[in-house]
Design a protein around this ligand. Structure first.
Ligand SMILES: Cc1cc2nc3c(=O)[nH]c(=O)nc-3n(C[C@H](O)[C@H](O)[C@H](O)COP(=O)(O)OP(=O)(O)OC[C@H]3O[C@@H](n4cnc5c(N)ncnc54)[C@H](O)[C@@H]3O)c2cc1C
Length: 467
Protein backbone atom coordinates (compact mmCIF):
# COMPACT_ATOMS: atom_id res chain seq x y z
CA UNK A 1 0.00 0.00 0.00
CA UNK A 2 1.35 3.43 -0.98
CA UNK A 3 2.16 5.59 2.06
CA UNK A 4 2.41 9.41 2.29
CA UNK A 5 2.87 12.25 4.76
CA UNK A 6 -0.08 14.07 3.20
CA UNK A 7 -2.93 13.10 0.86
CA UNK A 8 -5.03 15.91 -0.60
CA UNK A 9 -8.49 15.03 -1.97
CA UNK A 10 -9.31 17.44 -4.82
CA UNK A 11 -6.94 19.48 -7.00
CA UNK A 12 -8.74 22.84 -7.20
CA UNK A 13 -6.82 25.99 -6.17
CA UNK A 14 -7.06 24.90 -2.54
CA UNK A 15 -5.86 21.33 -3.09
CA UNK A 16 -3.15 21.80 -5.71
CA UNK A 17 -1.56 24.78 -3.93
CA UNK A 18 -1.62 22.86 -0.63
CA UNK A 19 0.08 19.88 -2.29
CA UNK A 20 2.82 22.04 -3.85
CA UNK A 21 3.56 23.94 -0.62
CA UNK A 22 3.68 20.68 1.38
CA UNK A 23 6.09 19.17 -1.16
CA UNK A 24 8.26 22.30 -0.96
CA UNK A 25 8.40 21.78 2.81
CA UNK A 26 9.73 18.24 2.34
CA UNK A 27 6.58 16.14 2.70
CA UNK A 28 5.81 13.09 0.56
CA UNK A 29 2.55 14.15 -1.03
CA UNK A 30 -0.29 12.46 -2.94
CA UNK A 31 -3.34 14.05 -4.57
CA UNK A 32 -6.61 12.37 -5.55
CA UNK A 33 -8.68 13.85 -8.39
CA UNK A 34 -11.88 12.49 -9.91
CA UNK A 35 -11.92 14.78 -12.97
CA UNK A 36 -9.70 14.08 -16.00
CA UNK A 37 -7.78 17.34 -15.51
CA UNK A 38 -6.41 19.19 -12.47
CA UNK A 39 -7.28 22.69 -11.29
CA UNK A 40 -10.83 22.08 -10.03
CA UNK A 41 -13.75 24.42 -10.63
CA UNK A 42 -11.50 27.46 -10.95
CA UNK A 43 -9.35 26.31 -13.86
CA UNK A 44 -11.84 24.04 -15.63
CA UNK A 45 -15.30 25.59 -15.27
CA UNK A 46 -14.90 28.76 -13.20
CA UNK A 47 -12.47 31.66 -12.94
CA UNK A 48 -10.29 30.91 -15.97
CA UNK A 49 -12.87 30.12 -18.70
CA UNK A 50 -15.20 32.89 -17.51
CA UNK A 51 -12.39 35.45 -17.65
CA UNK A 52 -11.41 34.30 -21.16
CA UNK A 53 -15.01 34.88 -22.29
CA UNK A 54 -15.19 38.23 -20.48
CA UNK A 55 -11.98 39.37 -22.16
CA UNK A 56 -12.96 38.29 -25.67
CA UNK A 57 -16.53 39.62 -25.41
CA UNK A 58 -15.27 42.96 -24.08
CA UNK A 59 -12.97 43.39 -27.07
CA UNK A 60 -15.87 42.40 -29.37
CA UNK A 61 -18.00 45.14 -27.83
CA UNK A 62 -15.19 47.70 -27.99
CA UNK A 63 -14.52 46.95 -31.64
CA UNK A 64 -18.21 47.45 -32.36
CA UNK A 65 -18.91 50.55 -30.27
CA UNK A 66 -15.75 52.31 -29.07
CA UNK A 67 -13.20 52.25 -31.86
CA UNK A 68 -15.01 54.72 -34.14
CA UNK A 69 -14.92 57.63 -31.68
CA UNK A 70 -11.14 57.23 -31.37
CA UNK A 71 -10.83 57.51 -35.14
CA UNK A 72 -10.25 53.82 -35.72
CA UNK A 73 -12.41 52.71 -38.61
CA UNK A 74 -13.25 49.02 -38.76
CA UNK A 75 -16.24 47.32 -40.31
CA UNK A 76 -18.81 45.97 -37.84
CA UNK A 77 -17.24 43.02 -36.03
CA UNK A 78 -18.68 39.62 -36.77
CA UNK A 79 -19.00 36.98 -34.09
CA UNK A 80 -17.37 33.62 -34.74
CA UNK A 81 -18.67 31.85 -31.63
CA UNK A 82 -16.97 28.46 -32.20
CA UNK A 83 -13.57 30.22 -32.37
CA UNK A 84 -14.36 32.36 -29.33
CA UNK A 85 -15.23 29.17 -27.39
CA UNK A 86 -12.00 27.58 -28.68
CA UNK A 87 -10.05 30.59 -27.37
CA UNK A 88 -11.65 29.92 -23.96
CA UNK A 89 -10.85 26.17 -24.15
CA UNK A 90 -7.21 26.97 -24.97
CA UNK A 91 -7.02 29.18 -21.87
CA UNK A 92 -8.29 26.26 -19.76
CA UNK A 93 -5.96 23.79 -21.45
CA UNK A 94 -2.87 25.91 -20.84
CA UNK A 95 -3.73 26.37 -17.18
CA UNK A 96 -4.63 22.74 -16.32
CA UNK A 97 -1.46 21.51 -18.07
CA UNK A 98 0.48 23.99 -15.93
CA UNK A 99 -0.79 22.27 -12.77
CA UNK A 100 0.16 18.81 -14.14
CA UNK A 101 3.66 20.18 -14.80
CA UNK A 102 3.91 21.57 -11.25
CA UNK A 103 2.86 18.20 -9.76
CA UNK A 104 5.67 16.48 -11.68
CA UNK A 105 8.18 19.18 -10.79
CA UNK A 106 7.37 18.83 -7.09
CA UNK A 107 7.27 15.00 -7.20
CA UNK A 108 3.62 14.88 -6.17
CA UNK A 109 1.94 11.54 -6.86
CA UNK A 110 -1.48 11.91 -8.50
CA UNK A 111 -4.17 9.24 -8.14
CA UNK A 112 -7.01 9.35 -10.68
CA UNK A 113 -10.38 8.55 -9.16
CA UNK A 114 -12.88 9.44 -6.48
CA UNK A 115 -11.47 9.65 -2.98
CA UNK A 116 -13.29 8.31 0.07
CA UNK A 117 -11.98 8.43 3.61
CA UNK A 118 -12.04 4.94 5.12
CA UNK A 119 -10.68 6.03 8.50
CA UNK A 120 -7.99 8.31 9.91
CA UNK A 121 -4.95 7.79 7.70
CA UNK A 122 -6.66 5.80 4.93
CA UNK A 123 -8.16 7.03 1.65
CA UNK A 124 -9.76 4.72 -0.88
CA UNK A 125 -9.44 5.80 -4.52
CA UNK A 126 -12.03 4.43 -6.92
CA UNK A 127 -11.04 4.77 -10.57
CA UNK A 128 -13.51 5.34 -13.41
CA UNK A 129 -13.35 1.61 -14.28
CA UNK A 130 -14.44 0.71 -10.74
CA UNK A 131 -11.02 -0.54 -9.58
CA UNK A 132 -10.06 0.60 -6.07
CA UNK A 133 -6.80 1.09 -4.23
CA UNK A 134 -6.04 2.39 -0.78
CA UNK A 135 -3.60 5.17 0.03
CA UNK A 136 -2.12 5.41 3.50
CA UNK A 137 -1.37 8.88 4.80
CA UNK A 138 -0.30 10.55 8.05
CA UNK A 139 -2.58 13.48 7.26
CA UNK A 140 -5.54 14.03 4.94
CA UNK A 141 -6.68 17.41 3.58
CA UNK A 142 -10.19 17.55 2.09
CA UNK A 143 -10.33 20.13 -0.73
CA UNK A 144 -13.36 18.87 -2.65
CA UNK A 145 -14.75 22.34 -3.36
CA UNK A 146 -18.28 23.25 -4.36
CA UNK A 147 -20.96 22.60 -6.96
CA UNK A 148 -23.85 24.59 -8.44
CA UNK A 149 -26.77 25.25 -6.05
CA UNK A 150 -30.04 24.03 -7.57
CA UNK A 151 -33.39 25.79 -7.43
CA UNK A 152 -36.22 23.53 -6.26
CA UNK A 153 -38.50 22.50 -9.12
CA UNK A 154 -36.24 23.94 -11.86
CA UNK A 155 -34.40 21.19 -13.73
CA UNK A 156 -31.01 22.20 -15.19
CA UNK A 157 -30.43 20.53 -18.60
CA UNK A 158 -27.35 22.66 -19.48
CA UNK A 159 -28.92 23.49 -22.88
CA UNK A 160 -31.89 25.78 -22.25
CA UNK A 161 -31.92 25.84 -18.44
CA UNK A 162 -28.27 26.18 -17.61
CA UNK A 163 -25.85 26.61 -14.72
CA UNK A 164 -22.57 28.54 -14.97
CA UNK A 165 -21.12 25.41 -16.59
CA UNK A 166 -23.58 25.55 -19.50
CA UNK A 167 -23.15 29.33 -19.75
CA UNK A 168 -19.45 28.79 -20.57
CA UNK A 169 -20.26 26.71 -23.64
CA UNK A 170 -23.57 27.85 -25.18
CA UNK A 171 -23.38 27.07 -28.91
CA UNK A 172 -25.52 30.08 -29.88
CA UNK A 173 -26.23 33.55 -28.55
CA UNK A 174 -29.67 33.46 -26.91
CA UNK A 175 -32.07 36.17 -28.01
CA UNK A 176 -33.41 36.48 -24.48
CA UNK A 177 -31.38 35.34 -21.48
CA UNK A 178 -32.95 35.30 -18.03
CA UNK A 179 -30.40 35.18 -15.22
CA UNK A 180 -31.58 34.04 -11.79
CA UNK A 181 -29.31 35.65 -9.18
CA UNK A 182 -27.47 38.99 -9.19
CA UNK A 183 -24.29 37.62 -7.60
CA UNK A 184 -20.83 37.74 -9.16
CA UNK A 185 -21.31 34.72 -11.45
CA UNK A 186 -24.73 35.86 -12.75
CA UNK A 187 -23.48 39.39 -13.51
CA UNK A 188 -20.22 38.24 -15.15
CA UNK A 189 -21.81 35.61 -17.39
CA UNK A 190 -24.86 37.82 -18.04
CA UNK A 191 -22.42 40.52 -19.23
CA UNK A 192 -20.63 38.09 -21.56
CA UNK A 193 -23.83 37.10 -23.38
CA UNK A 194 -25.21 40.67 -23.44
CA UNK A 195 -22.03 41.87 -25.15
CA UNK A 196 -22.41 39.07 -27.69
CA UNK A 197 -25.97 40.16 -28.45
CA UNK A 198 -28.41 38.69 -25.91
CA UNK A 199 -31.19 40.68 -24.28
CA UNK A 200 -30.46 40.03 -20.58
CA UNK A 201 -32.78 40.29 -17.58
CA UNK A 202 -31.49 39.52 -14.09
CA UNK A 203 -33.97 38.46 -11.40
CA UNK A 204 -32.77 38.80 -7.80
CA UNK A 205 -34.58 37.80 -4.60
CA UNK A 206 -32.98 40.57 -2.51
CA UNK A 207 -33.60 44.27 -3.13
CA UNK A 208 -29.98 44.85 -4.24
CA UNK A 209 -27.30 43.31 -6.43
CA UNK A 210 -24.06 41.71 -5.16
CA UNK A 211 -25.15 40.99 -1.60
CA UNK A 212 -22.27 41.44 0.86
CA UNK A 213 -20.48 44.13 -1.16
CA UNK A 214 -20.59 47.84 -0.30
CA UNK A 215 -24.10 49.19 -0.97
CA UNK A 216 -23.07 52.55 -2.46
CA UNK A 217 -20.66 50.87 -4.90
CA UNK A 218 -23.34 48.36 -5.91
CA UNK A 219 -25.96 51.05 -6.52
CA UNK A 220 -23.66 52.89 -8.93
CA UNK A 221 -22.57 49.61 -10.51
CA UNK A 222 -26.20 48.65 -11.12
CA UNK A 223 -26.85 51.98 -12.86
CA UNK A 224 -23.81 51.37 -15.11
CA UNK A 225 -25.00 47.85 -15.99
CA UNK A 226 -28.49 49.24 -16.73
CA UNK A 227 -26.94 51.82 -19.06
CA UNK A 228 -25.22 48.93 -20.83
CA UNK A 229 -28.63 47.33 -21.35
CA UNK A 230 -29.02 44.76 -18.57
CA UNK A 231 -32.49 44.84 -16.98
CA UNK A 232 -32.96 44.08 -13.29
CA UNK A 233 -35.95 42.74 -11.39
CA UNK A 234 -34.94 43.07 -7.74
CA UNK A 235 -36.99 41.80 -4.81
CA UNK A 236 -38.34 39.09 -7.10
CA UNK A 237 -38.21 35.31 -7.24
CA UNK A 238 -38.50 32.80 -10.06
CA UNK A 239 -40.88 30.10 -8.83
CA UNK A 240 -41.11 27.89 -11.93
CA UNK A 241 -39.85 27.58 -15.50
CA UNK A 242 -42.16 25.94 -18.05
CA UNK A 243 -40.00 24.26 -20.70
CA UNK A 244 -42.80 22.63 -22.71
CA UNK A 245 -42.82 25.18 -25.56
CA UNK A 246 -40.09 26.56 -27.85
CA UNK A 247 -39.67 29.56 -25.56
CA UNK A 248 -39.19 29.01 -21.84
CA UNK A 249 -41.78 30.66 -19.63
CA UNK A 250 -40.48 31.78 -16.24
CA UNK A 251 -42.93 32.54 -13.49
CA UNK A 252 -41.76 35.49 -11.40
CA UNK A 253 -43.28 36.65 -8.13
CA UNK A 254 -42.42 39.55 -5.80
CA UNK A 255 -40.20 38.18 -3.00
CA UNK A 256 -42.61 39.67 -0.47
CA UNK A 257 -45.56 37.89 -2.11
CA UNK A 258 -48.11 39.15 -4.64
CA UNK A 259 -49.22 38.63 -8.21
CA UNK A 260 -46.97 36.57 -10.48
CA UNK A 261 -45.90 37.56 -13.97
CA UNK A 262 -44.51 35.47 -16.80
CA UNK A 263 -41.31 36.26 -18.67
CA UNK A 264 -40.26 34.45 -21.84
CA UNK A 265 -36.66 33.51 -22.53
CA UNK A 266 -34.65 31.25 -24.83
CA UNK A 267 -32.23 30.42 -22.04
CA UNK A 268 -32.46 30.61 -18.24
CA UNK A 269 -29.21 30.75 -16.26
CA UNK A 270 -29.52 29.56 -12.65
CA UNK A 271 -26.80 31.42 -10.70
CA UNK A 272 -28.04 31.42 -7.11
CA UNK A 273 -24.83 30.27 -5.47
CA UNK A 274 -22.78 27.17 -4.77
CA UNK A 275 -22.92 24.32 -2.27
CA UNK A 276 -20.06 22.31 -0.72
CA UNK A 277 -19.18 18.90 -2.22
CA UNK A 278 -19.03 16.18 0.43
CA UNK A 279 -21.15 13.38 -1.01
CA UNK A 280 -19.45 10.00 -1.17
CA UNK A 281 -16.45 11.22 0.87
CA UNK A 282 -17.21 8.89 3.75
CA UNK A 283 -17.52 11.75 6.25
CA UNK A 284 -20.26 10.05 8.29
CA UNK A 285 -18.32 6.80 8.71
CA UNK A 286 -15.15 8.73 9.55
CA UNK A 287 -17.13 10.86 12.04
CA UNK A 288 -16.25 14.21 10.41
CA UNK A 289 -18.76 16.92 11.43
CA UNK A 290 -20.56 19.20 8.97
CA UNK A 291 -22.67 22.31 9.71
CA UNK A 292 -26.31 23.07 8.81
CA UNK A 293 -25.20 24.20 5.31
CA UNK A 294 -23.28 20.98 4.63
CA UNK A 295 -19.85 22.61 5.07
CA UNK A 296 -17.10 20.71 6.90
CA UNK A 297 -16.56 22.21 10.34
CA UNK A 298 -12.95 23.19 11.07
CA UNK A 299 -11.15 25.08 13.82
CA UNK A 300 -8.90 28.09 13.20
CA UNK A 301 -6.15 25.68 12.04
CA UNK A 302 -8.33 23.88 9.47
CA UNK A 303 -8.58 20.77 11.67
CA UNK A 304 -11.85 18.84 11.62
CA UNK A 305 -13.12 17.13 14.77
CA UNK A 306 -11.25 13.94 13.68
CA UNK A 307 -7.48 13.79 14.25
CA UNK A 308 -5.34 13.87 11.08
CA UNK A 309 -8.21 15.10 8.87
CA UNK A 310 -8.26 18.75 7.71
CA UNK A 311 -10.37 20.74 5.23
CA UNK A 312 -9.88 23.92 3.17
CA UNK A 313 -11.47 25.96 0.37
CA UNK A 314 -15.09 26.08 -0.76
CA UNK A 315 -15.97 22.99 1.29
CA UNK A 316 -15.53 24.94 4.56
CA UNK A 317 -16.99 28.26 5.74
CA UNK A 318 -15.91 31.63 4.30
CA UNK A 319 -16.04 33.35 0.92
CA UNK A 320 -16.06 30.91 -2.01
CA UNK A 321 -13.04 32.40 -3.76
CA UNK A 322 -10.05 30.76 -5.41
CA UNK A 323 -7.46 32.93 -3.65
CA UNK A 324 -9.05 32.22 -0.25
CA UNK A 325 -8.77 28.47 -1.00
CA UNK A 326 -5.14 28.93 -2.14
CA UNK A 327 -4.13 30.82 0.99
CA UNK A 328 -5.77 28.16 3.16
CA UNK A 329 -3.85 25.50 1.19
CA UNK A 330 -0.54 27.21 1.96
CA UNK A 331 -1.50 27.77 5.61
CA UNK A 332 -2.44 24.14 6.34
CA UNK A 333 0.71 22.83 4.61
CA UNK A 334 2.81 25.15 6.79
CA UNK A 335 0.89 24.18 9.95
CA UNK A 336 1.47 20.48 9.19
CA UNK A 337 5.18 21.26 8.77
CA UNK A 338 5.23 22.83 12.24
CA UNK A 339 5.21 26.42 11.00
CA UNK A 340 2.73 29.21 11.80
CA UNK A 341 0.43 29.05 8.77
CA UNK A 342 -2.21 31.76 8.88
CA UNK A 343 -4.93 33.38 6.74
CA UNK A 344 -6.03 36.95 7.46
CA UNK A 345 -9.76 36.75 6.68
CA UNK A 346 -10.10 40.50 7.20
CA UNK A 347 -8.01 41.19 4.09
CA UNK A 348 -9.34 38.98 1.29
CA UNK A 349 -9.99 41.04 -1.85
CA UNK A 350 -13.11 40.39 -3.93
CA UNK A 351 -13.44 41.35 -7.60
CA UNK A 352 -16.26 41.33 -10.15
CA UNK A 353 -14.59 41.07 -13.57
CA UNK A 354 -17.15 42.96 -15.62
CA UNK A 355 -16.47 46.24 -17.40
CA UNK A 356 -16.11 48.36 -15.39
CA UNK A 357 -14.92 46.09 -12.58
CA UNK A 358 -15.89 46.14 -8.92
CA UNK A 359 -13.23 45.50 -6.28
CA UNK A 360 -13.26 45.55 -2.52
CA UNK A 361 -11.24 44.60 0.53
CA UNK A 362 -12.13 44.78 4.21
CA UNK A 363 -15.30 46.06 5.83
CA UNK A 364 -18.22 47.66 3.99
CA UNK A 365 -19.95 50.77 5.30
CA UNK A 366 -22.95 48.62 6.24
CA UNK A 367 -20.74 46.31 8.32
CA UNK A 368 -19.06 49.22 10.13
CA UNK A 369 -22.42 50.79 10.94
CA UNK A 370 -23.74 47.50 12.24
CA UNK A 371 -20.65 47.00 14.41
CA UNK A 372 -20.97 50.57 15.76
CA UNK A 373 -17.46 51.53 14.62
CA UNK A 374 -16.90 55.24 13.98
CA UNK A 375 -15.28 55.82 10.59
CA UNK A 376 -14.36 58.53 8.10
CA UNK A 377 -15.08 58.23 4.38
CA UNK A 378 -12.81 59.44 1.58
CA UNK A 379 -14.13 59.26 -1.98
CA UNK A 380 -12.72 60.17 -5.36
CA UNK A 381 -14.49 59.81 -8.74
CA UNK A 382 -12.75 58.69 -11.93
CA UNK A 383 -14.31 61.71 -13.67
CA UNK A 384 -11.54 63.75 -11.95
CA UNK A 385 -8.69 61.33 -12.77
CA UNK A 386 -6.45 62.39 -15.67
CA UNK A 387 -5.82 58.92 -17.08
CA UNK A 388 -9.50 57.95 -16.91
CA UNK A 389 -10.36 61.21 -18.70
CA UNK A 390 -7.74 60.69 -21.38
CA UNK A 391 -9.13 57.21 -22.05
CA UNK A 392 -12.73 58.49 -21.78
CA UNK A 393 -13.49 55.73 -19.28
CA UNK A 394 -14.65 57.75 -16.28
CA UNK A 395 -17.38 55.57 -14.76
CA UNK A 396 -16.98 54.80 -11.07
CA UNK A 397 -15.10 55.91 -7.97
CA UNK A 398 -12.79 54.81 -5.15
CA UNK A 399 -13.95 54.89 -1.54
CA UNK A 400 -11.83 54.58 1.60
CA UNK A 401 -13.24 53.77 5.03
CA UNK A 402 -10.82 54.66 7.83
CA UNK A 403 -11.16 54.43 11.60
CA UNK A 404 -12.32 57.81 12.92
CA UNK A 405 -9.85 57.81 15.82
CA UNK A 406 -6.73 56.12 14.43
CA UNK A 407 -7.12 56.65 10.64
CA UNK A 408 -6.37 52.91 10.19
CA UNK A 409 -7.92 51.72 6.91
CA UNK A 410 -10.84 49.37 7.55
CA UNK A 411 -12.10 48.87 4.01
CA UNK A 412 -11.66 50.06 0.42
CA UNK A 413 -14.29 49.73 -2.30
CA UNK A 414 -14.04 50.64 -5.96
CA UNK A 415 -15.98 50.53 -9.17
CA UNK A 416 -14.15 51.39 -12.39
CA UNK A 417 -12.02 50.10 -15.24
CA UNK A 418 -9.21 47.77 -14.04
CA UNK A 419 -9.94 48.27 -10.32
CA UNK A 420 -9.46 44.50 -9.90
CA UNK A 421 -5.74 45.14 -10.38
CA UNK A 422 -5.75 48.33 -8.29
CA UNK A 423 -7.23 46.89 -5.09
CA UNK A 424 -4.02 45.14 -4.08
CA UNK A 425 -2.09 48.18 -2.86
CA UNK A 426 -4.96 48.64 -0.42
CA UNK A 427 -4.75 44.97 0.64
CA UNK A 428 -1.01 45.38 1.35
CA UNK A 429 -1.71 48.61 3.24
CA UNK A 430 -4.31 46.84 5.40
CA UNK A 431 -2.03 43.81 6.01
CA UNK A 432 0.46 46.24 7.54
CA UNK A 433 -2.25 47.99 9.56
CA UNK A 434 -1.67 51.14 7.50
CA UNK A 435 -3.59 54.41 7.70
CA UNK A 436 -5.24 56.46 4.96
CA UNK A 437 -2.46 59.00 5.49
CA UNK A 438 0.21 56.32 4.82
CA UNK A 439 -1.29 55.73 1.39
CA UNK A 440 -1.96 59.42 0.78
CA UNK A 441 1.75 60.16 1.34
CA UNK A 442 2.89 57.41 -1.07
CA UNK A 443 3.97 58.79 -4.44
CA UNK A 444 1.84 57.39 -7.29
CA UNK A 445 2.93 57.46 -10.94
CA UNK A 446 1.17 59.92 -13.24
CA UNK A 447 -0.96 59.47 -15.21
CA UNK A 448 -2.44 56.30 -13.74
CA UNK A 449 -5.88 55.28 -12.58
CA UNK A 450 -4.19 54.38 -9.27
CA UNK A 451 -3.86 58.11 -8.57
CA UNK A 452 -7.59 57.94 -7.80
CA UNK A 453 -6.73 55.56 -4.95
CA UNK A 454 -4.26 58.11 -3.52
CA UNK A 455 -6.80 60.93 -3.96
CA UNK A 456 -9.50 58.89 -2.15
CA UNK A 457 -7.04 58.33 0.70
CA UNK A 458 -6.37 62.10 0.76
CA UNK A 459 -10.13 62.67 0.80
CA UNK A 460 -10.40 60.94 4.19
CA UNK A 461 -8.77 64.08 5.65
CA UNK A 462 -10.61 66.34 3.15
CA UNK A 463 -7.44 67.25 1.27
CA UNK A 464 -7.87 65.81 -2.25
CA UNK A 465 -6.06 67.96 -4.79
CA UNK A 466 -7.93 67.33 -8.03
CA UNK A 467 -11.51 67.89 -6.94
C1 LIG B 1 -18.25 30.46 -13.24
C2 LIG B 1 -17.38 30.67 -12.03
C3 LIG B 1 -16.50 31.73 -12.00
C4 LIG B 1 -15.68 31.93 -10.90
N1 LIG B 1 -14.82 32.99 -10.92
C5 LIG B 1 -14.02 33.20 -9.87
C6 LIG B 1 -13.09 34.27 -9.89
O1 LIG B 1 -12.99 35.01 -10.87
N2 LIG B 1 -12.30 34.45 -8.81
C7 LIG B 1 -12.37 33.64 -7.72
O2 LIG B 1 -11.63 33.85 -6.76
N3 LIG B 1 -13.24 32.61 -7.66
C8 LIG B 1 -14.07 32.37 -8.72
N4 LIG B 1 -14.91 31.31 -8.70
C9 LIG B 1 -14.93 30.45 -7.49
C10 LIG B 1 -13.74 29.49 -7.49
O3 LIG B 1 -13.80 28.71 -8.67
C11 LIG B 1 -13.79 28.60 -6.25
O4 LIG B 1 -13.84 29.40 -5.10
C12 LIG B 1 -12.54 27.71 -6.17
O5 LIG B 1 -12.43 26.90 -7.31
C13 LIG B 1 -12.60 26.82 -4.92
O6 LIG B 1 -11.46 26.05 -4.89
P1 LIG B 1 -11.42 24.65 -4.13
O7 LIG B 1 -10.02 24.15 -4.26
O8 LIG B 1 -11.99 24.77 -2.78
O9 LIG B 1 -12.42 23.67 -4.93
P2 LIG B 1 -12.70 23.38 -6.45
O10 LIG B 1 -12.02 24.32 -7.35
O11 LIG B 1 -14.17 23.24 -6.57
O12 LIG B 1 -12.01 21.98 -6.70
C14 LIG B 1 -12.46 20.81 -6.08
C15 LIG B 1 -11.84 19.61 -6.80
O13 LIG B 1 -12.09 18.44 -6.02
C16 LIG B 1 -12.44 17.37 -6.88
N5 LIG B 1 -13.19 16.39 -6.09
C17 LIG B 1 -14.38 16.59 -5.44
N6 LIG B 1 -14.73 15.47 -4.76
C18 LIG B 1 -13.74 14.59 -4.97
C19 LIG B 1 -13.51 13.26 -4.51
N7 LIG B 1 -14.35 12.63 -3.66
N8 LIG B 1 -12.40 12.61 -4.94
C20 LIG B 1 -11.52 13.22 -5.79
N9 LIG B 1 -11.67 14.48 -6.24
C21 LIG B 1 -12.77 15.14 -5.82
C22 LIG B 1 -13.22 18.05 -7.99
O14 LIG B 1 -13.25 17.22 -9.14
C23 LIG B 1 -12.43 19.33 -8.18
O15 LIG B 1 -11.39 19.15 -9.09
C24 LIG B 1 -15.74 31.05 -9.79
C25 LIG B 1 -16.61 29.96 -9.81
C26 LIG B 1 -17.41 29.76 -10.92
C27 LIG B 1 -18.34 28.58 -10.94
Amino acid sequence: MASYDLTVIGTGPGGYVCAIRAAQLGMKVAVVEKWPTYGGTCLNIGCIPSKALLYASELFEEAGHKFAKMGIKVSAPELDLPTLLKFKDQAVDGNVKGVAFLFKKNKIEAFAGTGRILSTGKVEVKAADGKTQTVESKNIVIATGSDVAKLKGIEIDEKRIISSEGALKLDHVPQKLLVIGAGVIGLELGSVWRRLGADVTVVEFLDRILPGMDGEVCRQFQRILEKQGIKFMLGSKVTAVDASAKLLKAQIEPAAGGAAQTLEADVVLVAIGRVPVTEGLGLKQAGVATDNRGRIVTDAHFATNVGGIYAIGDVIAGPMLAHKAEDEGVAIAEILAGQAGHVNYGVIPAVVYTSPEVASVGKTEEELKQAGIAYNVGKFPFTANGRAKSNQATDGFVKFLADAKTDRVLGVHMVGVEVGEMIHECAVLMEFGGSAEDLARTCHAHPTRSEAVKEAALAVARRSIHI
